[in-house]
Ligand binder design. Structure first.
Ligand SMILES: [Zn+2]
Length: 406
C-alpha cells in the first residue's frame, strides 16, 4: 500500500474521490493531502441523486486533525455537476469530510466541540492554532443545528432567570424546562418581551405555550408581565430563595443602620444575623442571644426573618396560609420600614408565594447554572458578544445532541 492509498483509507474517502498526493513540509510543520478524482468520473446530483457529469471544479482547503506535530490540511478540487434534469442546474457536490461552508473537516470540528466543553474557547483556539472567532463560528453552527432538531412538545413546567452579560450592564434571560433541568432558550435583555420571544421559540420546537402549567420566577415585574401575557395557563410560583433574599437584604440594611449607633455592641454580628440558627458558631450564637436581649430593630427583624422562613416548613398549603397571614400582620405593623417593605412585597405576590405549596418549584437549579455561566465568563475574561455568552450557556445547560462524528 502506498501512502496515497493509505491516506485514502484512513480518511474514509470513497471512489470516485481518492488521495492524489501527500506532501510533508518539515519547515512549516505541515501535512498537505491532495484529493482528486478520475477524469470522466460522475457524481450524484445533490438534488436528485442522479449520476451527473462534472461541469467544473473549484479548489478548497480544510483544516484537519493534526498528524502528530504536523498541522494537516485537505485540499480538493470540488466538482460541480450538471444534472441531466435541467431544472437542477449546476450544483456543487457535498464532500463527505466537511459540511458546506466550513474550513474545517468534521473530525476537526468534533475535536473543537470536545475541547470547548473542557476549557475556555480562547485556550482551545490557542491550542489548535486558530483564531477564536473561527472556533466560535463552529460552536454557533453546532448549537444552532442541534437546537433546530430539539423537540419541546413535552415541556410543561418552566423556570426563568436573568444573568449579567457584560460588566453587569447588559443582561440575558434564560428559560428552563424544570423537569428535564435543561436550558431551552436564551436571549438578550430582561424585559417582558423576552418571555414572548421564549414562547415563539417554544412554538418553533413543537411546544405549545397553552400547555405550560407552571412558571417559576423571581418577583420581577418584567417576568410577571411576560408570563401573564404569553403563558396564559401557567400558574406562577415565586422562587422561595428570592423572597428570603429580600428579607435578608432588609435585615442587612437594618443591621448596618443600627451598627452606626451601637458600633461596639453590634460588633461581629453581621454574619450571625444572616445565618440560620442551626449553622451558627457558638460565639455567633452567644452574640445573637446577647443582642436579642436588647430592644434592637435588628433583633426584631431577625425574628421576623426566621418566622418568614418557617412559613416554608408548613406541612400544608392551609397551614402555610395561616403562618403567612400571621407573619404579614406582625411585619406590616412593625416599626422597621425595611421590613414593612418586604411585607408589602409579600402581599403583592401573595398567591404566587403560596403556589410553592402546590408546585414545590424553586430556582435553585437555575442559580447553580447561573453560577457555572458566570464562572465560565470569568475564566474567559468576558465574551466579545452576547451571542457567544448565550452559546456558552447552551453548551453548559442545553443538553444538546450535536451529532458529531467520532
Ligand atoms: Zn438532479
Amino acid at each position: 500500500m502506498n501512502s496515497e492509498s493509505l491516506f485514502t483509507v484512513a480518511l474514509g474517502i470513497t471512489p470516485p474521490l481518492h488521495v492524489e498526493g501527500v506532501e510533508f513540509s518539515k519547515e512549516n510543520k505541515r501535512l498537505d493531502i491532495k484529493i482528486g478524482f478520475q477524469r470522466g468520473a460522475t457524481f450524484a446530483c445533490p438534488v436528485c441523486g442522479t449520476a451527473a457529469p462534472v461541469h467544473d471544479t473549484s479548489e478548497k482547503t480544510w483544516r484537519h486533525l493534526n498528524f502528530f506535530q504536523f498541522e494537516a490540511y485537505l485540499t480538493a478540487r470540488v466538482p460541480r455537476v450538471k444534472c441531466p434534469n435541467a431544472d437542477h442546474g449546476v450544483k456543487q457536490v457535498q464532500v463527505p469530510w466537511a459540511r458546506a461552508g466550513s474550513g474545517f473537516t468534521l473530525l476537526f470540528e468534533a475535536l473543537v466541540m470536545a475541547l470547548v466543553r473542557e476549557m475556555p474557547v480562547k485556550a482551545a483556539a490557542a491550542m489548535l492554532g486558530e483564531h477564536d472567532t473561527r472556533i466560535w463560528r463552529v460552536i454557533d453552527h453546532y448549537v444552532q443545528s442541534a437546537r433546530a432538531q430539539a423537540d419541546y412538545s413535552e415541556v410543561r413546567r418552566v423556570g426563568m432567570d436573568e444573568t449579567s452579560a457584560r460588566r453587569g450592564q447588559d443582561y440575558i434571560s434564560l428559560f428552563f424546562d424544570m423537569d428535564e433541568r435543561q436550558l431551552l432558550f436564551g436571549t438578550a435583555g430582561h424585559d417582558h418581551e423576552t418571555v414572548k420571544a421564549f414562547t415563539e421559540d417554544l412554538k418553533a420546537h413543537n411546544g405549545v405555550p397553552e400547555n405550560i402549567t407552571d412558571a417559576c420566577l423571581d418577583m420581577s415585574k418584567a417576568f410577571i408581565k411576560g408570563v401573564t401575557e404569553a403563558l396564559p395557563n401557567a400558574e406562577i410560583t415565586f422562587d422561595p430563595f428570592h423572597l428570603i433574599k429580600h428579607m435578608n437584604d432588609a435585615l442587612s440594611q437594618v443591621r448596618a443602620e443600627e451598627a452606626k449607633f451601637y458600633p461596639e455592641m453590634m460588633k461581629g454580628s453581621r454574619y450571625a444575623f444572616l445565618k440560620n440558627p442551626e449553622n451558627l458558631t457558638p460565639k455567633q450564637d452567644a452574640t445573637l442571644h446577647r443582642l436579642c436581649g436588647y430592644r434592637l430593630k435588628t433583633a426584631r427583624a431577625y425574628l421576623l426573618k426566621l418566622a418568614l422562613q418557617d412559613v416554608y416548613f408548613a406541612p400544608s398549603h392551609e397551614e402555610a396560609t395561616i403562618r403567612l397571614k400571621n407573619w404579614y400582620s406582625r411585619a406590616i405593623r412593625c416599626q422597621i420600614k425595611q421590613v414593612r417593605e418586604v411585607a408589602k412585597t409579600v402581599k403583592n405576590h401573595w398567591h404566587g408565594i403560596l403556589s410553592w405549596f402546590n408546585s414545590q418549584l424553586s430556582n435553585g437549579f437555575l442559580e447553580a447554572v447561573n453560577g457555572l455561566i458566570q464562572a465560565a465568563k470569568r475564566r474567559a475574561r468576558g465574551y466579545r458578544t452576547t451571542k457567544n455568552l448565550i452559546n456558552m450557556a447552551y453548551l453548559i445547560a442545553g443538553k444538546l445532541d450535536f451529532r458529531l462524528p467520532t
